[in-house]
Design a protein around this ligand. Structure first.
Ligand code: SAH
Ligand code: SF4
Ligand code: F3S
Length: 488
């Protein structure tokens, strides 16, 4: 949906009539209402209203934040990165306890800002809000929060925003689950040239440590037709790289009326003219099909990168984690992938300190890291999430043992990744330029197809373009390069 079309739809809405019951028409109605509230307040204050969206957590949340930003912008707010705004919203994550703690810490700061600007509205949404106990805690200790909603009703944001203009006091709207997928709401992308696209929501895997299935609900796939239409519109709007998003993309399509495999979807996406790069996140090893490997190997658009969370290299721990593959099956899968695509980069997630994990189990994880030679790995200390089966396990590991294991895993990951990524030194490869370098404004930063970061001299005019870059110097996890072909 482009802005002109939306403006036309909003113009035709009569606010003196009852709000429609069907979606997304109902949200358009409330969006128009928000526009009225915002413009009245603008007149009163003699300035524009600002809004700041802060994202915690994964790519899925980042995409949701683009949806929140789309509504806020269409409601008339000016988006800003500063929390000294008229509307502040935290889109929260609860995958590990430290994610929760960061939100509580920063809420204290928002309270200080609100004391200076009492008109300020503070909203919270996202995964943390779906957890039992969170709402009670906020009602008790963070009473200055104006609006709280969850992951299942984020499509209702325009309606909730309108309510926050109409009502005093804290508004709380949390749903336990949903089978609803609402299409065609406005989105404000962070990058003009790349975008995430939800292909499915929720997760059915119930890995025993993980809170995500409880806070994101059951697996629901979007219709391939809607996905393709969205990507075509994005490409028409200048997007060259997309990332298909789901907690377990390999089980895409199973619950559709006309089932379609993830590999089948990729084949369709590949056909879209003008689209240059296709990425996806995340692949569960247990569901990764031969068909997917075939489609990837034959594709000229699917990036040479696969994020394949290992979690543990110990079959015993994997079983307790309910991951449904063994160490050997994981290694066989990696072999199959590398035979089909020798240049593919593999990255992973690892958890250290799962209940019952011994130093010998950590040795198994280290063995897998050495055998696979990941290009990068995110290593996490196990965090106990109330309500998950692992939280009730009695053999929780002591902090000291966890730390020892964590340090060993981290060291191995860093050493092997360095060796592996270094192999690209001296090659010239295509880079999609993403932004100016934060630290050095004479440099721009981009990514190889295999997701490795490259910094090289260049200016903002290169952003969004795919250019050949000579990988001159490996700096440990990234390259310093030079644009090839005399263009730089
Ligand atoms: N759906 C994705 C993962 C989403 S969560 C997948 O299955 O691959 C991202 C990562 O957070 C997980 O891969 C896992 O390594 C980590 N994680 C999840 N729950 C955790 C917990 N309780 N403690 C520590 N790390 C956790
Ligand atoms: Fe969590 Fe497992 Fe689902 Fe990933 S697949 S979101 S780790 S339950
Ligand atoms: Fe966090 Fe929710 Fe993503 S818990 S990792 S933001 S799905």
């Amino acid at each position: 949906m482009n802005n002109e079309n939306l403006d036309k739809i909003l113009e035709s809405i009569d606010l003196s009539s009852q709000p429609p019951l069907e979606e997304p028409a109902r949200q358009y109605y409330f969006l128009k209402k928000c526009r009225v509230f915002v413009s009245e307040e603008e007149k009163r204050l003699g300035r524009k209203l600002t809004a700041c969206v802060t994202t915690f957590g994964c790519q899925m949340n980042a995409r949701d934040s683009e949806k929140l930003s789309g509504i806020l912008e269409q409601a008339g707010y000016q988006l800003t990165d500063s929390e000294e705004a008229d509307f502040d919203i935290y889109n929260t994550c609860t995958v590990r306890d430290n994610a929760d703690q960061r939100v509580y810490g920063r809420l204290g700061h928002l309270n200080g800002l609100k004391k200076k600007n009492p008109h300020m509205k503070i909203a919270l949404c996202g995964c943390m809000m779906q957890e039992p106990g969170t709402i009670e805690k906020i009602r008790k200790s963070y009473r200055f929060v104006d609006l709280i909603f969850g992951t299942h009703n984020i499509y209702k944001f325009a309606e909730l925003l309108a309510s926050s203009w109409e009502q005093q006091g804290m508004i709380v709207d949390i749903w336990q689950n949903t089978d609803k997928i609402v299409e065609d709401l406005p989105v404000e992308r962070k990058y003009s040239f790349k975008s995430g696209i939800n292909i499915m929501f929720g997760c059915n895997n119930f890995c025993s440590y993980c809170i995500v299935p409880y806070v994101r609900g059951r697996e629901r796939s979007r219709s391939p037709k809607d996905i393709i239409k969205e990507i075509e519109n994005l490409v028409a709007d200048g997007v060259v790289e997309i990332m298909l998003l789901g907690q377990n993309v390999n089980s895409f399509g199973k619950n559709l009326e006309e089932p379609m495999s993830f590999a089948g979807l990729l084949r369709e996406v590949e056909k879209i003219d003008g689209l240059q790069r296709i990425r996806f996140m995340t692949s569960h090893p247990k569901d990764l099909s031969d068909e997917l490997i075939e489609v990837m190997a034959a594709s000229s658009k699917i990036c040479r990168h696969l994020h394949l969370p290992l979690q543990s290299g110990s079959t015993r721990i994997l079983q307790a984690m309910n991951r449904r593959y063994t160490k050997e099956q994981y290694l066989e899968l990696v072999d199959k992938i590398r035979i089909a695509m020798p240049d593919i980069a593999l990255t992973t997630d690892i958890i250290v300190g799962f209940p019952g994990e011994t130093p010998e189990d950590v040795d198994e994880t280290i063995d897998v890291i050495k055998k696979v030679q990941f290009d990068n790995a995110f290593t996490f200390i196990y965090s106990k999430r109330t309500g998950t089966p692992a939280a009730a396990m009695e053999n929780q590991v002591s902090e000291e043992v966890v730390k020892e294991g964590f340090d060993r895993v981290l060291r191995t990951v860093q050493e092997t990744a360095r060796e592996r990524v270094r192999l690209l030194s001296g090659l010239t490869m295509e880079v999609l330029v993403e932004e100016r370098n934060d630290q050095d404004s004479t440099l721009v930063t981009g990514r190889l197809s295999n997701n490795t970061l490259v910094h090289f001299p260049g200016d903002a005019s290169l952003i969004g373009r795919i250019v050949p870059v000579y990988l001159k110097e490996y700096k440990g996890f990234y390259f310093l390069g030079e644009m090839a072909g005399g263009e730089g």
